[in-house]
Design a protein around this ligand. Structure first.
Ligand code: VGL
Ligand code: ZN
Length: 192
């Protein structure tokens, strides 16, 4: 695969960027090591998507105070991505175009939504737009990116993981996530 996104994007594709928010980047409440290094890579894909009129979707984790995924509620994570807090903002260096369609998740009081497809209607929306193939990147590879990729496959979309555009919470989690995604038919280039 060439490393020019323009050689890969075509009509019927969408770019889906998962949770590139301050809290998942260095300095954030649930920081992923080198998490911000995915941003320049994603920006090249955003640039190509704009040039080729490929729709762009960006999901955001958007938790109410006292969310069930927080440790204080018996969940696995420290509080993060609190609604309207600075930590929940998209990273300022991520060059999202004004026509980016935002997908908000993690808002339910009864369960977490790792996947951008979980009760958001995203599958319907993509089908309505004629999207058949998704180029995916963002944070974290072993949590929300993996869950999103697996749901996208279940919903019948072709899925490509964008090389160097995603990083895991833990290396072991990343290896496991890649394996699961491959088994589900997600296309992963050598360094995806
Ligand atoms: C995520 C942990 C908790 C993610 C969201 O976006 O990958 N990870 N909430
Ligand atoms: Zn979360």
């Amino acid at each position: 695969m060439t490393d020019n996104p323009r050689d890969h994007l075509q009509t019927g594709d969408a770019l889906l960027i998962v949770d590139v928010q301050n809290d998942f980047c260095p300095g954030g409440a649930l920081a992923i090591d080198h998490g911000d290094t995915v941003i320049p890579v994603l920006n090249r894909w955003l640039d190509a998507a704009a040039a080729l009129e490929i729709p762009v979707y960006a999901s955001r984790d958007w938790h109410p105070a006292g969310h069930p995924s927080f440790e204080e509620q018996g969940g696995p994570w420290p509080p993060h991505c609190l609604q309207d807090a600075p930590g929940a903002r998209f990273h300022a260096d991520l060059a999202l175009p004004p026509n980016t369609i935002k997908v908000t998740k993690g808002v339910r009081f009864d369960h977490d939504q790792y996947s951008a497809f979980d009760q958001t209607g995203l599958g319907e929306e993509l089908r309505k737009r004629g999207v058949t193939r998704i180029w995916l990147g963002g944070l974290a590879l072993d949590v929300c990116v993996a869950a999103t990729a697996l749901d996208a496959r279940k919903e019948g979309f072709a899925v490509h993981l964008i090389p160097y555009a995603s990083l895991p919470v833990t290396p072991e989690g990343g290896t496991e996530a890649r394996m699961q995604m491959k088994e589900a038919g997600v296309e992963i280039a050598a360094h995806g």
